[in-house]
Structure formats: C-alpha cells, structure tokens
Design a protein around this ligand. Structure first.
Ligand SMILES: [Zn+2]
Length: 361
C-alpha cells in the first residue's frame, strides 16, 4: 500500500498549545523548516490524530468477523479522524493491520479474559481463576502492552452483577501482566468488583458506572485511568430490558447505574481521575463515532479542552505515543475548518486527515 512520500504543508492553530504554526511534512514526519515545493493542503485548526481508547476491531455482536469487515471498521474509524486505537479485546487476529499504511495504528489488548459462561458468547477466553495468570501471560504476549479482563457480569445464582474473580487470582494475574510489560484493564459496570481490582493494581477501568466517592479517591491515589464509554452507557436500559424476565435484580441494578451515570463519571472527572474517550464500537455500536463520544463527554461535565484532550493529546501521552505536533513528530493529525474548542461538533467534519504523512481525505 506504500505510495510515494508527499511533501505537504498545513497552516493554522495547532492544539493543544493554540499557537499558529506552519507545519511541513516530509517522509511522514513533521518539520517546522519551510519546504519550498510543499503543497498547502489545509488551513484551520490542527489536532494530533484522534484516539479511540476503547473499541473493538474484528468483533461484531456475534463474535469475530472476517478481515473484510475488520478493514471496514478500521476505515470508518480512520475517516472519523481516529488514527490510533486501543483495541479493548478482540477474538479476531488483526495483526495484519500493522502492515497497512492506510489504516490506523492499533494497540491491542489481546482477547478478553472472562469467567466461564459469564460474558457475551464467542468473545472471550472463558476460564476459571486458577487459569487466569497463565492466560494473562499469553494475552500479554499476544497484545501490544494491554490485557483486558471482564471484571463483573451477571451471575446466574444471585441474578445480579457480581465480581468475576477472587482477589488472590486478580493480584497474581495483574502482577504477572506487569512482569511481562503489560498494563491491565477491566470491564466493570457495578461497584462490587472495583475494590479488589484496585487493590490488585489494575491500571484502568472501563465503563466505571459503579464508582463511589471512596473508590474514586482510591483511583486518584493509585493513578488509575477511566474510559467511561459514555455513548455506550445509553444502552443500559436496553440491557436491563433484555435481562428483566430472568434477572429482575440485574435489570434494577442496571437502571440505577444508568440513572446516576452522569453524576458518577462527573465525580471521577472532578476528583482528577484521568479520563479517556472510548466509543466501545465493535460490539453493539458502529465504528467511527469518536466525535459523538467527545461531545457526550462534554455533556457529562468535561471542559471542551479536556474532552478533546481525552480523545487526542492526553490519550496519546497515556498510551505512550507521540502527543505533540512538533519537529520530528510522526505526521498523524486532523485539520478542521473551525475551532473545535469553540464548538466540539466541528469534530464530526474533518477537513483533512493526514496519516503517516499522507493525505487520507
Ligand atoms: Zn468494549
């Protein structure tokens, strides 16, 4: 897919610092030294390539999908300005994407690790606690520095959300991930699973709708991140309705978590928990909705600067990727016609997308 390197120029207000600069791109990297024959391809507001910190390439609601469908998912993300994805668990092998210059960068968490018969069918390695450490090591080796656990799910006996793992298994599993250079994150809807996950040294919580003040304080003290997937939380009433007949306690619980979702996530933001944007595309939701997620984060009380940072420069820093459009940086950025910090809905209409130094659209 390699095409000739382009020599391009973009001019405008560069975020996050807000300074006006001319950026030149040569051989996929940014330079501030003027390049005489560079084509001016865009003027406006220039944002480091957007980040979807929680989606799933290679999954749909039934399980793994074909490479063609995975490609469509990745292209939809890219065309929305998402140039870096943290894949929060996929049953498909999408390693081939790394050879494609025209698709977003992907940081994988391997395949979800769930308790037996306690997750969406065909998604996870479904295992028991005595197998957790071995599977964590396997997925740490398979992924790109992350491992994904399903921290709570319906338990049939109690008919409600319950923690999936005992504390000692979590501690051993998370220690093993860290020894193998991987961070660990967990899907958690309720409150009960959170204390053991935090005590075991988890690095990130996905969804986090069960957070209380004490647990938020524990997260800030430990520097644990939160990817609340706020668009996805709109689906909680549907999950409640689907579970109502067999699991009325679960249905009540999900409605209660949904009713206070904005207070819960807003309290985490106010307390200083690092929050990142994740669309949770690839299960129920379609890909390409990063602009919607940023808008919804702002509706939860985040400032426009923090909501966009959660899907760009701050997420890049957290994921260990270049976060600043400066001399020598990889040329992954999006240009908008108007200032997204004045009106975040601008994000739905990228004027130019440049990935690996090439104009994508
Ligand atoms: Zn997910």
């Amino acid at each position: 897919m390699t095409q000739p390197a382009e020599r391009i120029k973009v001019s405008g207000v560069v975020l996050p610092d807000g300074e006006h600069r001319d950026l030149y791109v040569v051989d996929g990297r940014i330079t501030l030294d003027p390049v005489a024959d560079a084509d001016l391809v865009a003027q406006g507001w220039i944002v480091p390539g957007l980040v979807d910190a929680h989606c799933h390439i290679g999954l749909d609601e039934h399980g793994p999908v074909t490479d063609e469908v995975s490609e469509e998912q990745a292209l939809r993300d890219r065309d929305a300005g998402t140039l870096l994805v943290r894949d929060a668990g996929s049953a498909a092998d999408t390693r081939w994407i790394d050879d494609r210059d025209d698709l977003p960068h992907v940081i994988r968490a391997g395949r979800h690790l769930a308790r037996t018969r306690r997750y969406i069918r065909n998604y996870a390695h479904e295992i028991e606690p005595d197998e957790l450490t071995a599977y964590v090591i396997q997925e740490a080796k398979r992924g790109d520095g992350w491992v994904k656990l399903v921290g709570d799910w319906i338990e049939r006996d109690s008919g409600d959300l319950r923690p999936c793992w005992p504390a000692d298994a979590l501690k051993a599993g998370i220690d093993a991930a860290h020894e193998h250079g991987a961070r660990v994150t967990a899907h958690v809807f309720g409150a009960a699973a959170l204390p053991d996950l935090l005590a075991a040294g988890i690095d990130c919580i996905e969804h986090g709708t069960g957070l209380s003040t004490d647990l938020i304080d524990d997260m800030t003290a430990r520097g644990v991140a939160l990817v609340p997937t706020v668009k996805q939380l709109d689906n909680f009433p549907n999950y409640a309705a689907a579970g109502e007949a067999r699991f009325p306690a679960y249905a009540r619980h999900m409605r209660e978590l949904h009713a206070r979702r904005k207070q819960t996530i807003g309290a985490a933001y106010d307390a200083g928990v690092p929050i990142f944007a994740g669309t949770d595309a690839g299960g129920v939701l379609p890909h390409g909705l990063i602009a919607d997620e940023v808008l919804e984060l702002s509706a939860y009380g985040m400032s426009a600067f923090d909501a966009l940072g959660a899907a760009s420069w701050n997420a890049r820093t957290w994921l260990g990727r270049p976060n600043w459009l400066d001399e020598g940086a990889p040329a992954d950025f999006v240009v908008y016609d108007a200032d997204p910090l004045e009106d975040l809905s601008v994000l739905a209409h990228p004027a130019r997308i440049v990935l690996r130094g090439r104009v994508i659209s």
